[in-house]
Write a protein that binds this ligand. Sequence first.
Ligand code: 0CM
Ligand code: SF4
Length: 314
Amino acid sequence: MNIILANPRGFCAGVKRAISIVENALKIYKKTIYVKHELVHNQYVINELRKKGVIFVEKISQIPDNSVVVFSAHGVSKKIVKKAIKKKLIILNATCPLVTKVHKEVSACSKKGIETILIGHKGHPEVEGTIGQYENKNGKIYLVESISDVDNLTVKNTEKLNFVTQTTLSISQTKNIISSLKKKFPKITGPFKEDICYATTNRQKAVHYLSKISDIIFVIGSNNSSNSNRLTELGKELGVFTILINSFRDIKKIWLKNVNCIGITAGASAPEILVKEVVEYLKNIGANKYIEMIKVKEKKFFRIPKKLLIIKKD
Ligand code: 0CM
Ligand code: SF4
């Protein structure tokens, strides 16, 4: 059995920034750090931060007044920001800048009274945060998840309409939904392609390569992680037995019967340590040493807020 590691895989710039914000906040504020929602959708990351005293809450009302709150990488609605201000919370915003970009677009449309269509998954926190940027009572933001949602959609004014997308969607499915939107509403405006982020795009491309050589693909990630689920879905669509696993502990030996090549990738919120553990486990049960797929260097880096910078002394 050979092991092939996808590249790129794992942590993206937005996740690294979110984790640095919380870790630096722990050092600077020296008091309990509350995080609205899971900072990133990964059980291992959340458990590690819990061990350091971080408290994760779903509602702002669960946080004592004057505390420090971090908004998760997926972003929050304007209503949530107002609630946090009302409680006099110190706000540290770990929303990924690429999500904030979409927020700004929706907010601008809301101000101009341009109705907006969001392509995304109902109930996902990023979708809730993006919908929550549209505050104009005379207009609306509509959520579509599929082509049939587009078919059933009616808007107030087909002449003034914009679309945006969730950042972690399937590239191919989104392309098809956008085509049907453009067919139904020829005047619709929107991003050049979609708002799917660089990390999601690159990890999906890597799964395409991986699928050509793998008999099985392990996607390391948690089950509430949208981008990790999209990688799993893609592997399956490409005809490879693909499974989302939290860690090596989820692997069943029976899956590896008659397997020559094991492909491994990791979602944007899954740390490299989990990849290393999977590789070690597979080597222990007889796999050869791993081969890394041609490396694509991701250069994206997002700065953390200035007030959280820790100056290192020599
Ligand atoms: O959005 P998704 O569920 O993929 O979130 P994640 O925490 O797994 O990945 C990073 C992000 C964002 C936004
Ligand atoms: Fe940002 Fe994309 Fe990472 Fe989400 S997956 S945090 S949008 S870079």
